[in-house]
Design a protein around this ligand. Structure first.
Ligand code: EPS
Length: 384
């Protein structure tokens, strides 16, 4: 559903590292490894992460598309080494090896394992789980950061906060800019803005961890500074909410997305749902933002507001029942190092996917081979 940008990632969770290419960006966007690393660090944090995040110190190496700190308009290439690779050189060797490596044969309910072995005809679930691991989202954050920089250059900002973990909710309402939201969320171990809810969220994660279990949750993602008219009502695949949803629902373990008042609006009268229009200082305004910044498949210059739900991670320390794919014996599912909760990290991944989607829709509407051209096109025709 991307119209102007393209991106691909490659790499296994315990392979040498991750590779990413982002094509279609204009020239002249100021970007550095340090800027990308700041976002990568945000993804590595969060109470409930497992041992892997103690091993990794994710660092983006810019391999192409950037010269003297500015994008060239050519594909941006990024490499991120897996520091854990040194412990997996045999099990994950690219070359054939003499030594026998014990295959993984006990599929984890909820993961890609069982459908994956049937689809590809593998006898070793490791061939599935390495790529279906959420390790891949590291590269999405790296590529998304380059888009984030472009958006910031034209006044579009993206932030997020955790709203719920398991059955603990933060029900407060906040009126914060995305930067203010991230500033507060990033110092919370669960990216939650309410101190009481934060404590309870930490407890619920600790309890799950002790029980060898996992928990999911809900988070909010917002974008401000978006002008009128990204996306279009003219064709199904032009609609902005469809483009955002495709990108969001491609993130591991994501189970649902709500836009604006989302599912809640189903039980309301239309008169309570639609955002009345006002006019102040030469601009149309809205009394509310239940639409979450999108009407008729287009941005309407109000903040874009999304709520996303993530299921509990399916790799469990206390595994569920499963069947061996070779012997068909009933046994417990495969145990692999895991996180008891990755909701805070997922909120950062989600921000990054929104950055790519909005940068794409912005470039589609305003065009430009350089950031200067994009800015000048926006100065001429963007409406807020
Ligand atoms: C992850 C890396 C993985 C897991 C986690 C997310 O590393 P490892 O498998 O070496 O511990 O910690 O992925 C899963 C739990 C999963 O089921 O895919 C990461 O970098 O975010």
């Amino acid at each position: 559903m991307l119209k102007r940008l393209q991106f691909l990632t490659s790499g296994e969770s315990h392979g040498k590292g991750l590779l990413g290419i982002l094509d279609g960006l204009p020239a002249g966007v100021e970007i550095s490894e340090e800027y990308i690393d700041r976002q990568l660090k945000r993804r590595q944090m969060g109470h409930g992460r497992g041992g892997r995040m103690k091993i990794e110190k994710d660092h983006a190496q810019l391999w192409g598309g950037v010269r003297h700190g500015l994008t060239l308009g050519s594909p941006v290439g990024i490499l991120i080494d897996n520091l854990d690779w040194k412990n997996w050189t045999k099990k994950m060797s690219v070359e054939p090896i003499q030594e026998k490596v014990k295959p993984v044969t006990l599929p984890r309910p909820g993961h890609a394992d069982l459908a994956g072995v049937h689809k590809y005809g593998f006898g070793d679930i490791r061939n599935i789980l390495e790529r279906s691991s959420a390790r891949e989202t590291t590269m999405r954050v790296a590529l998304g950061s380059v888009c984030r920089k472009l958006l910031e250059d034209v006044g579009i900002y993206i932030g997020s906060r955790v709203v719920q973990i398991h059955n603990v909710k933060d029900e407060s309402n906040y009126k914060l800019t995305p930067d203010e939201m991230n500033e507060r969320a990033d110092i919370s171990p669960v990216r939650c803005l309410d101190d009481n809810a934060e404590k309870e969220m930490i407890n619920v994660i600790d309890d799950a961890k002790k029980a060898g279990d996992s928990v999911g949750g809900v988070f909010e993602v917002i974008a401000t500074g978006v002008p009128y008219g990204l996306g279009s009502y003219t064709q199904w695949n032009n609609k902005l909410q469809a483009r955002i949803s495709t990108m969001m629902m491609s993130i591991n373990a994501f189970k649902g997305i709500e836009i604006g008042s989302g599912f809640k609006s189903a039980s309301q009268f239309g008169s309570n749902v639609h955002d009345e229009i006002g006019y102040e200082n030469g601009k149309f305004t809205r009394h509310t933002n239940n639409a979450g910044g999108i009407e008729g498949g287009m941005s309407n210059a109000q903040p874009i507001v999304l709520w996303m739900s993530m299921k509990p991670i399916s790799t469990l320390i206390k595994p569920l029942r499963s069947i061996d794919i070779v012997t068909h014996e009933e046994k417990n599912a495969h145990k692999e190092r895991t996180d008891s909760c990755a909701v805070p990290a997922a909120s950062v991944v989600s921000e990054s996917m929104l950055c790519i989607t909005l940068a794409d829709a912005l470039l589609e509407k305003f065009g430009g081979d350089s950031i200067e051209q994009l800015k000048s096109h926006m100065n001429n025709s963007a409406k807020y």
